[in-house]
Write a protein that binds this ligand. Structure first.
Ligand code: AMP
Ligand code: GLY
Length: 405
């Protein structure tokens, strides 16, 4: 949203459903992100020129199709193309068809079958469908593997779908997002996300606890090469299948000693990567998104980035990711230094005060001339915000400060 606010074209922005933070930048519509019919009606009534869906659930359910059918331009994939995120097993099939390297895997639908598919520990067990980043378990022994398979297949914690059992890969993780117009992919600056809830990558997986951009060792040329080897073949495969991909194709990569491997695709801007990537963009995002809505429209578009570093910290609520506590009063938002950008995620206004309303509550982003500088500004900003049980990882971008030294 902020990157669109910064557009020199000064667009009028609407956001559904929004939150108290977004209300400062956009007119908020009280429509649930999953209510496709109401969103389409609002887009037509308000004569919206372009819709940019944020979350994956409405995309997988056909929001982009419904908008395009109603004559509203949408920078987001059709339901068919969004299956790349909606089903891990489908994503694996597309990767195989496109010749994209991924972890070795088996799709299983019974616990016994899953146990038999495991070759060594640690191993990775993934729910097939959407799980908001929480459907992945890295099991270090047979007991953990069996418990994860039982939770996913027998207790159906993530619905009635099969499970992917895959090889555990080791290396640096990289989030590489690309704008796609159905025919070509244009890489955004790379980012690194912190998935585990605890310092030193401990505890369960989350939607993401912090991010930074750029990433040491991945310059623009390397990012473009990765995009040509991963995003572009996937785009070509989807186009050949009659389901061209428009929107953000987000590849979660592991840079292993044997080369890059794709762990997953998301079909939208990543959270919190986007909060670290887009403040570094100097080009007009609105212009690029509009062009991406026409097949081949991104031809000739180049994106300009600041050389500064960005670090984003996530302030999460007590109990996240297992059982987030909501309704805790948030203090200090007014005291955050001017050079720190606050992005609201799970917040709400109750009786005139801002309270926690979800697992990941706020993002705190700062820019700096090097990773250490951005990091200390972000932590200084985070320090003034308080709510009961707040969780904040202390090691976000720490490796980047060491690598960049
Ligand atoms: P995914 O939703 O598939 O990206 O998985 C979420 C997180 O789990 C990733 O960002 C990694 O940190 C971890 N992960 C997933 N697959 C693997 C794998 N094959 N090897 C090691 N870690 C993995
Ligand atoms: N940070 C990972 C995601 O957006 O799913």
């Amino acid at each position: 949203m902020r990157a669109l606010v910064r557009s020199p074209r000064r667009p009028e922005l609407l956001c559904a459903p929004g939150n108290p933070g977004i209300a400062a930048d956009a007119r908020v519509l009280d429509i649930d992100a999953g209510d496709i019919d109401a969103l389409v009606v609002a887009a037509r009534d308000e004569r919206v020129d372009l819709v940019v869906p944020g979350p994956e659930v409405p995309l997988v359910a056909g929001l982009a199709d419904a908008l395009v059918d109603a004559g509203v331009a949408c920078f987001g994939p059709s339901a068919a193309a969004a299956r790349l995120e909606g089903s891990k097993a489908h994503a694996k099939e597309v990767m195989a068809a496109a010749g994209v390297s991924t972890a070795r895997f088996r799709v299983v639908s019974r616990v016994q079958e899953g146990m038999a598919a495991i070759e060594r520990y640690p191993t990775v067990i993934k729910a097939d469908g959407l799980a908001a980043g929480k459907g992945v378990v890295i099991a270090s022994d047979a007991g953990e593997a069996r418990a994860a398979l039982e939770a996913m297949l027998e207790q159906r914690r993530f619905g009635d779908a099969p499970v992917v059992v895959e090889e555990h890969l080791v290396g640096e993780e990289l989030s590489l997002l690309a704008l796609c117009d159905g025919e070509r992919a244009l890489a955004l600056a790379p980012a690194q996300d912190y998935k585990r809830v605890g310092d030193g990558d401990t505890g369960p997986n989350t939607g993401g606890m912090g991010a930074y951009s750029p990433v040491p060792g991945v310059d623009a040329a390397r990012a473009a090469t990765l995009c040509a080897e991963i995003h572009q073949p996937v785009l070509d495969a989807l186009r050949a299948a009659g389901t061209p991909f428009v929107g953000v194709l987000y590849a979660g990569l592991m840079l292993t000693a044997e080369g890059p491997r794709t762990l997953e695709f998301n079909v939208r801007f990543g959270d919190p990567e986007t909060q670290a990537v887009l403040p570094r963009l100097r080009s007009d995002l609105l212009e690029a998104l509009e062009r991406a809505c026409t097949p081949g429209g991104l031809a000739g578009v180049e994106l300009d980035w600041t050389s500064e570093w960005a670090v984003t910290l996530v302030l999460a609520s007590a109990g996240y990711p297992t059982a987030p506590h909501i309704g805790d009063v948030i203090s200090g938002l007014d005291a955050v230094p001017d050079d720190v950008e606050i992005t609201h995620a799970g917040t709400a206004r109750r009786d005139g005060v801002i309270v926690t309303a979800g697992g990941r509550v706020l993002n705190v982003t700062a820019l700096g001339r090097d990773p250490a500088d951005a990091r200390s500004a972000a932590y200084a900003g985070a320090q003034v915000i308080a709510f009961d049980g707040q969780q904040l990882r202390q090691d976000i971008a720490l490796r980047a400060t060491e690598l960049a030294r």
